[in-house]
Design a binder for this molecule. Structure first.
Ligand SMILES: NC(=O)c1ccc[n+]([C@@H]2O[C@H](COP(=O)([O-])OP(=O)(O)OC[C@H]3O[C@@H](n4cnc5c(N)ncnc54)[C@H](O)[C@@H]3O)[C@@H](O)[C@H]2O)c1
Length: 255
């Protein structure tokens, strides 16, 4: 098999529809020589149906990243399909409605805690769950939304992403000695289920389509997915704790 990820074995989380960023990652990864195992959360039969739309049908393992038992059982489940992992993709985010859409000042801690557990802490949990299957040269890649600014309507999800960006740097520090890299892709706004659950998300859509220097396609997940593939590949062997912006250049220009 040839391609950027020839011979690589990947665990890809976060597929729920074929618009999921994770779906594009899984599809491109297979097209570039990787063997892909998916994890699914919640509506597993839906994820299994979507998985059949990939170039090669991929197995789906149930995983709620907040469930310690499922995390502990992950290596055995993965070993039913592949004998190790070269890469892990964290494409997971969730915040209760109170945490989004302008509710920053009123969101209760229980809801904020859920957002941080699913969207931030889980990056470390997933990496640690997969670690027994990984070896030097391995890579963990996650998805963020530029957390250097306070955005309208993003509220506690923005705080969760700031934490994710920091967690990725700490993971890079702690897993570097094992030869494992941790990097994030900061994607611009894309019309996925997660995005549609943010009231006022269209503000991002307008801003990006009007101001991104390269322009921005709200329904093209491939640029973000390509960056994930690059970071999972052997072409960034000395890069870790990094955030690659795939946002049409929006982060680089003033409003
Ligand atoms: N869509 C955007 O505009 C955008 C921009 C930048 C970053 N991101 C990030 O990309 C990642 C993927 O999101 P997406 O936009 O593809 O949306 P999506 O809705 O397709 O994917 C989100 C995924 O998170 C999963 N998930 C939620 N709670 C979970 C849990 N407890 N355990 C395991 N999985 C769980 C869902 O099942 C779903 O598959 C997220 O981290 C998101 O914040 C999205």
């Amino acid at each position: 098999m040839s391609g950027l990820l020839a011979g690589k074995r990947l665990l890809v989380t976060g597929v729920i529809t074929d618009a999921s960023i994770a779906f594009s990652v899984a599809k491109l990864a297979q097209e570039n020589g990787a063997q892909v195992v998916l994890t699914g959360y919640g509506r597993l039969s839906l994820v299994e149906r979507i998985a059949k739309r990939l170039p090669q049908p991929a197995p789906v393992i149930e995983l709620d990243v907040t469930n310690a038992e499922q995390l502990a059982g992950l290596p055995d489940k993965v070993r039913e399909h592949v004998d190790g992992l070269d890469g892990v993709v964290h494409s997971i985010g969730f915040a209760p409605q109170s945490c989004l859409g302008g509710g920053f000042l009123d969101a209760p801690w229980e809801d904020v805690a859920t957002a941080l557990h699913v969207s931030t802490y889980s990056y470390k949990s997933l990496a640690m769950a997969a670690l027994p299957l990984m070896s030097p040269g391995g890579a963990v890649v996650g998805l963020t939304f530029d957390a250097t600014k306070a955005w309208p309507v993003y509220d506690w999800m923005g705080v969760a992403k700031a934490g994710l960006e920091s967690a990725s740097r700490y993971l890079a520090a702690h897993l570097g000695p094992k030869g494992i890299r941790s990097n994030l892709v900061a994607a611009g706004p894309l019309r996925t289920i997660a995005a549609k659950s943010i009231p006022g998300f269209e503000q991002f859509e307008t801003a990006w389509t009007e101001r991104a220097p390269l322009g921005w396609n709200l329904t093209d997940q491939e640029p973000a997915a390509r960056a994930c593939l690059a970071l999972l590949s052997d072409w960034f062997p000395a890069t870790t704790g990094e955030i690659v912006h795939v946002d049409g250049g929006y982060h680089a220009v003033g409003a």
